[in-house]
Design a binder for this molecule. Structure first.
Ligand SMILES: Cc1cc2nc3c(=O)[nH]c(=O)nc-3n(C[C@H](O)[C@H](O)[C@H](O)COP(=O)(O)OP(=O)(O)OC[C@H]3O[C@@H](n4cnc5c(N)ncnc54)[C@H](O)[C@@H]3O)c2cc1C
Length: 389
């Protein structure tokens, strides 16, 4: 069943005046907490190759979260920055696979709002309010995606790989190259789920993210489905700056592992042992380190334009990615040492979440993210006390 099929009722999402928007954002955060707990309860059952978390996505729709980052005039709550990071953490804490899908959805809407015209924003807003899940599919394999134009027809040829929600997302945002070598964003309408091939996704974790290849050959493209101008997709600071959102989902997974470890230590009465206590202290430091980086990155990356140098935001978010990755790797080995073999035995959720987190931590170009940030830092005249002001 598609996300839209699972969520047949249009969510009650109404435009609210500005002064009530913050109340609406708080309600969305509360809904995300509740949905995170429901997703956590279902996550073990969804942990199968090729599975898609239909019920969780229907829950995102029913609670208004699929429309949350739309502007108020489009029926959303303009959710961004810190309140959005709270939502991403809550959902990631319930299910990292669902968090990945939701983070892609938020990214797709944001790209259309930033680079699309009013009509395109209206199109995605309407579909999001109806319960359609979006995603951003940028990764090319050997048969990369091309945009072909002949006479008055435009269509796609080729495929995308590593596409989350493959076979379920009906309107992904994809990047495609035209005959002049221009890389453009396209919003194709897919009506046949059999274009997806999930057979290659035999990953250690994130099995329920329905990540796979999608063949677009022959899909007709209307003018309204081409978004923005050449190079918009990779335009900085938003391209690298948006990485704080997946770091927030990673943090959610870390927070769940923290909760599970503490409960284990309480239930086994092992927490007062000095070795276990020391590890719990270090786990708490790892979670709090990640939380501080993510919160600061959400504020810096979404600060009003002109309030700080774009390169500074990119450098900060690049470091955030890596700080969260390091904290998560540290946390996982501490949790595994504290819990022991039980942390490797199904159906213990520590086993599943550790697999999901280890897999999801693999994001593009981590070495480059670090060295690019270091290059920016090297060129700054400011001392450490003022570097990130
Ligand atoms: C669960 C999951 C869902 C995903 N969903 C989507 C999706 O919906 N849409 C989408 O577009 N993508 C998706 N992806 C793919 C994702 O965006 C990345 O492309 C992928 O995770 C890259 O991982 P990698 O480790 O292979 O990265 P790489 O960038 O290949 O990094 C691997 C290592 O090689 C190093 N390296 C990178 N480039 C070079 C170089 N030129 N020379 C030397 N060393 C280099 C890196 O620093 C790192 O150490 C998903 C990935 C996961 C795990």
């Amino acid at each position: 069943m598609t996300a839209a099929g699972a969520a047949s009722v249009t969510a009650e999402v109404i435009s609210l005046p500005d002064e009530r928007a913050s109340i609406r954002r708080r309600l969305l955060q509360r809904s995300a907490r509740k949905l995170g707990e429901e997703a956590f309860a279902r996550a073990g059952a969804y942990d199968e190759d090729g599975v898609f978390p239909d019920a969780d996505v229907a829950g995102l729709h029913a609670s208004g979260l699929l429309a949350a980052n739309l502007p108020l005039e489009f029926g959303g709550a303009a959710l961004s920055g810190l309140p959005l990071s709270e939502v991403l953490r809550a959902i990631g804490s319930g299910s990292l696979a669902l968090g990945r899908l939701f983070e892609g959805h938020v990214n797709a809407i944001e790209l259309v709002l930033r680079y699309g015209n009013h009509e395109q924003a209206g199109l995605v807003a309407q579909e999001a309010r109806q319960g359609k899940l979006f995603g951003v599919w940028n990764t090319d394999g050997s048969n990369d995606l091309r945009l072909i134009q002949k006479l008055d027809r435009t269509w796609l040829e080729g495929r995308k790989i590593l596409a989350s929600g493959a076979g379920h997302i009906e309107r992904p945002l994809v990047t495609a190259t035209d005959a002049d070598g221009r890389r453009l964003m396209v919003l194709p309408k897919l009506d046949a789920p059999d274009r997806a091939d999930l057979s290659g996704w035999r990953a250690q974790g994130m099995r329920a993210s329905a990540t796979g290849a999608v063949d677009f050959t022959g899909v007709e493209i209307k003018p309204i489905e081409i978004v923005g101008r050449e190079g918009d997709y990779e335009r900085q600071p938003w391209f690298s700056g948006g990485a704080w959102r997946f770091a927030a989902v990673h943090l959610g997974g870390m927070e769940r592992l923290f909760d599970l470890l503490r409960r284990h230590l309480q239930e086994t009465n092992r927490g007062k042992d000095p070795h276990q206590a020391a590890r719990l202290g270090r786990v708490t430091m790892a979670v709090e380190t990640a939380r501080l980086w993510v919160a600061q990155a959400a504020s810096i990356a979404e600060a009003p334009l002109g309030s700080r140098a774009p390169e500074q935001a990119v450098a900060y978010v690049n470091l955030t990615r890596l700080a969260v990755e390091a904290a998560a790797l540290d946390l996982m080995q501490l949790v595994q040492r504290s819990v022991g073999l039980q942390a490797f035995l199904r159906p213990n959720p520590i086993e599943r979440i550790s697999r999901d987190l280890a897999t999801y931590l693999r994001q593009p170009g981590p070495d480059r993210a670090l060295t690019d940030a270091a290059a920016w830092i090297l060129a700054q005249p400011l001392g450490a006390q003022d570097l990130w002001r």
